[in-house]
Design a protein around this ligand. Structure first.
Ligand code: FAD
Length: 817
């Protein structure tokens, strides 16, 4: 068959004919895009897709990713009828078994989370699990979970079905056409080149699987993925194995199973992966890597434990294929920051078959509407920065990532490879004081300080972990005396220019027309009224604002602001994150401590809440902002990095009698939850309006300026919100820990999910935030009073009190002291 001729123009060019590219093409066409071209360098599915095992599991840690996979399952179930092309889709269900008590706790949490997300799920005894999977050994198991909606599919057939559906709607799919360059002009992707031939396009999509990093890098965009070898075997027929056998996962043994022609397909995720080459060769169509029985041994040994019949089974095929893994085990989706019109869908971490249906739909909507239509932050390309594209760093990291699939996903689990990475100027000082480090956006951040003599390590567990008393002491220091937190990783932007005020006021929901030397908390919203970010904006001069946002959102927020600035406005954004260390000095004795080393007056009249100004602190001049994320009297000090060590030493010297303690992010989390302070990415997402989140106080509909999201909020305010953010406090001081993802019950019925959980040392209880469905009633005090709330923690129903206000100091007396 001859390939169609390459066109000169297209509205969208998709690079890559794997399952992801075909899904994007299908969904763009479904949205009415008529002039779409998909280019594949070889034959469809000849990259990684063709040899995938084809398991489709629905449940993910994040709600919207689960929703996307559920969409995939519905799509795969209907594609054959729609296109006439077989897909091999079978809703056979899946079993996950537990060998240990900790794993069993996880499965119970999974079951509760499935209920919260509306996914059918049932806990099974080992006997019942054995009945569903008769060839499995069960005497060493504790229990299992059963997801009847999970399934399996033939990846190459699904790809062909998506391609057929796309072609039927007018998409041109051209094989044997390698894109040799992405054409760029004026900060926009303008098309692609296939050798000498150029195709102009409004939109270019990289769906090039493991080749995507190289393609993106050629135009200065980081798509941090790296291939690892990934393996499975297929056996001859085994008695008792039949086509309806569910998929089976035994994560304690790192393995999975699926029926294949009366035998078993068995693969897994070994703890230490084998990265493949860092530069993927052009020629690798329908390619495989050599068998590696040494690497596979740990999986084989575990598989024989689970299915003893495997010992005698014939191994018909050994498949070793490269698959791309990312720095955090989530795929990479969205429009590249800094290069308009270039979109990416890649790095599927061995979940591409399960994910592609939903990911293709979400990206097509993003392309069509110009912004994502649901919260896809966990997979958003903007969660990475250019430094994440470093080859050596990525290679070191992915060796750990593959194994994460079946590792225990402990709360607060930290990745260990490719660290320490980005360090605050205080890193060595804090390290010497026992800091136990966590990592966010590559920054090393003190989670907690181990006291002298204690072993400096985190012992993971579901309930109170070994650091619990250390973090409690740090919380107490902040509530009763004074503590210093190194918050250097905060992202900081300078917005400057004659139009900076007008532009920011158009982007912010709060009124940012404020006097020089003051600051305001505000959401940045999308057109749907959803929360794109929550930030503090400080006015440094008539034409200069500092915007401070969360560590993780540095790239995303800078990109969002830049793309929403009016084209010809006199306003620029400069990322000054690396210029300033941030020390938050917090607690009732913070004023006393700071006044001892500062020349400027810090009393409430001279330095009210929200003020920001330069102060002389010892020999250094720093920018002090009276704000808090822990709910105490305190100042955030923005310190030029080169002065940070001196300022820290000055504070520590002065702190002696007042007892200045170091404190870390574990303490911060407990403190902020006692005050019900929301966190972006948890309580605040692009899908939540400020009214649902309880942040109506930071919305100024009547500020005299039509800000982004205002029209949607006017409508939202008229209606009863579908859900509301609640502060929940466990009634029993000994209640188990919540970490987020737990099911909220009202009068025994599922109504929502916990978004954050920690122990609040002042209240002496587990404190949480989460969303509950309102059931069409306005959520007020009477609404709350009519309901009895509880939280399901690993199958146990934990009574909680619920409130629309902060559980601690709702009148803010401590903050305003
Ligand atoms: C052994 C193994 C088992 C797996 N099992 C499962 C499973 O059970 N469930 C699951 O969900 N996932 C599984 N996966 C993962 C899944 O196969 C991948 O995530 C998925 O196939 C990725 O699809 P893709 O479209 O992103 O990439 P690919 O299938 O690699 O498609 C990318 C395409 O882009 C083309 N391309 C690249 N550069 C260019 C260029 N310059 N010009 C034109 N074309 C280009 C390539 O030729 C390729 O065809 C498994 C993977 C492996 C290796």
């Amino acid at each position: 068959m001859t390939e169609p001729a390459l066109p000169r123009h297209a509205r969208a060019v998709i690079i890559g004919g794997g399952i992801a590219g075909c899904s994007i093409a299908y969904h763009l066409a479904k949205l009415g895009w008529r002039d779409v071209v998909l280019l594949e360098q070889g034959r469809l599915s000849g990259g990684t897709t063709w040899h995938a095992a084809g398991l489709v599991g629905q449940l993910r840690a994040h709600n919207s990713l689960t929703r996307l996979i559920r969409y995939s399952t519905e799509l795969y179930a209907s594609l054959e009828a729609e296109t006439g092309q077989a897909t091999g889709w079978k809703q056979c269900g899946s079993l996950t078994v537990a060998r240990t008590a900790d794993r069993m706790t996880l499965l119970k949490r999974v079951a509760a989370s499935a209920r919260a997300q509306g996914v059918a799920c049932e806990m099974l005894t080992t006997k019942a699990a054995g009945e569903k999977w008769p060839v499995m050994r069960t005497d060493d198991l504790i229990g299992a979970v059963w997801l009847p909606g999970d399934g399996k599919a033939n990846p190459a057939d699904i790809t062909q079905a998506l391609a057929k559906g796309a072609r039927q709607r007018g998409v041109k799919i051209i094989e044997k056409s390698r894109v040799t360059a992405i054409d760029v002009a004026d900060g926009r992707a303008r098309g692609v080149s296939v050798g000498e031939q150029q195709i102009e396009a409004e939109v270019v999509v990289i769906a090039g699987g493991q080749w995507s990093r190289q393609l993106a890098r050629s135009v200065g965009v980081a798509v941090p993925l790296h291939s690892c070898e990934h393996m499975y075997i297929v056996t001859g027929r085994i008695e008792g194995v039949h086509p309806d056998l569910p998929c089976l996962r035994d994560p304690d043994g790192y393995i999975y199973f699926k029926e294949e022609v009366g035998g078993l397909l068995m693969g897994g995720f070994e703890p230490k992966a084998k990265p493949w080459v860092s530069e993927v060769p052009d020629e690798f169509e329908f390619g495989l890597l050599p068998d590696d029985w040494d690497q596979f041994e740990i999986l084989m040994q575990n598989a024989i434990v689970r299915v003893p019949a495997l010992e005698r089974a014939e191994v018909k095929r050994f498949i070793n294929g490269p698959e791309s893994f990312t720095a955090d085990n989530n795929y990479i989706l969205g429009e590249a920051p800094g290069l308009r019109g270039l979109f990416v869908a890649a790095g599927f971490n061995s979940m591409g078959i399960a994910s592609a249906g939903g990911a293709g739909m979400a990206l097509a909507e993003w392309i069509d509407k110009g912004e994502p239509q649901i919260d896809v932050w966990p997979v958003d390309v903007r969660r990475f920065a250019p430094f994440n594209g470093n080859t050596r760093w990525l290679r070191d990291r992915v060796s750990e990532v593959l194994g994460l699939h079946y590792m225990m996903p402990w709360p607060n689990r930290e990745l260990e490879t490719a660290r320490p990475f980005r360090r605050s100027p205080l890193y060595d000082r804090l390290d010497a004081k026992g800091a136990i480090w966590g990592s966010k956006m590559g920054w090393e951040r003190p989670n907690v300080f181990a006291p002298a003599g204690a072993k400096r390590e985190i012992v993971y567990g579901w309930d109170r972990q070994n650091w619990f008393p250390w973090a409690v002491a740090e919380q107490k220091a902040a509530r009763e005396s004074v503590a210093v937190f190194d918050l250097t990783s905060f992202a900081k932007f300078l917005i400057q220019g004659r139009d900076a005020e007008a532009e920011l006021n158009r982007l912010a929901a709060n009124d940012i027309v404020i006097p020089v030397g003051t600051s305001v908390y505000t959401g940045l919203l999308n057109a749907r009224g959803g929360c794109e970010s929550d930030v503090t904006i400080s006015r440094l001069s008539p034409t200069e604002f500092m915007l401070v946002t969360g560590t993780a959102q540095a790239v995303r927020d800078a990109d969002w602001i830049r793309r929403n600035l009016t084209g010809d406005a006199h306003a620029t954004l400069t990322d000054i994150t690396s210029s300033y260390a941030v020390l938050a000095v917090m607690g009732p004795r913070s004023r006393e401590l700071l006044q001892g080393v500062c020349r400027n007056r810090l009393d409430a009249a001279a330095f009210p809440f929200g003020a920001i100004r330069p102060v002389e602190l010892g020999q250094a001049t720093v920018l002090a902002c009276r704000r808090t994320y822990v709910g105490e009297l305190g100042w955030e000090l923005y310190v030029p990095v080169e002065l940070a060590a001196m300022v820290y030493d000055t504070l520590m010297e002065a702190g002696g009698p007042a007892g200045l303690s170091d404190a870390g992010y574990y303490a911060l989390d407990g403190l902020r939850l006692e005050k019900a302070y929301r966190a972006w990415g948890r309580e605040l997402t692009p899908d939540h309006t400020p009214y649902e989140a309880g942040l109506g106080f930071a919305v100024k509909l009547d500020k005299g300026c039509d800000f982004v999201g205002r029209a949607a909020l006017i409508e939202a305010r008229k209606a009863v919100p579908k859900r509301v953010c609640l502060a929940l406090v466990a009634t029993d001081p000994g209640a188990p820990m919540a970490h987020g993802g737990e099911l909220i019950l009202a009068d025994g019925k599922p109504v929502g999910e916990v978004t954050s959980g920690a122990f609040g040392a002042t209240l002496g209880r587990v404190v949480m935030l989460g969303y509950a469905a309102t059931g069409g009633e306005r959520p007020d005090a009477a609404w709350l009073a009519r309901r009895t709330f509880a939280v399901d923690i690993a199958g146990a129903t934990i009574p909680v009190s619920a409130s629309l206000k902060a559980p601690l100091d709702p009148a803010n007396a401590r903050v305003l002291a």
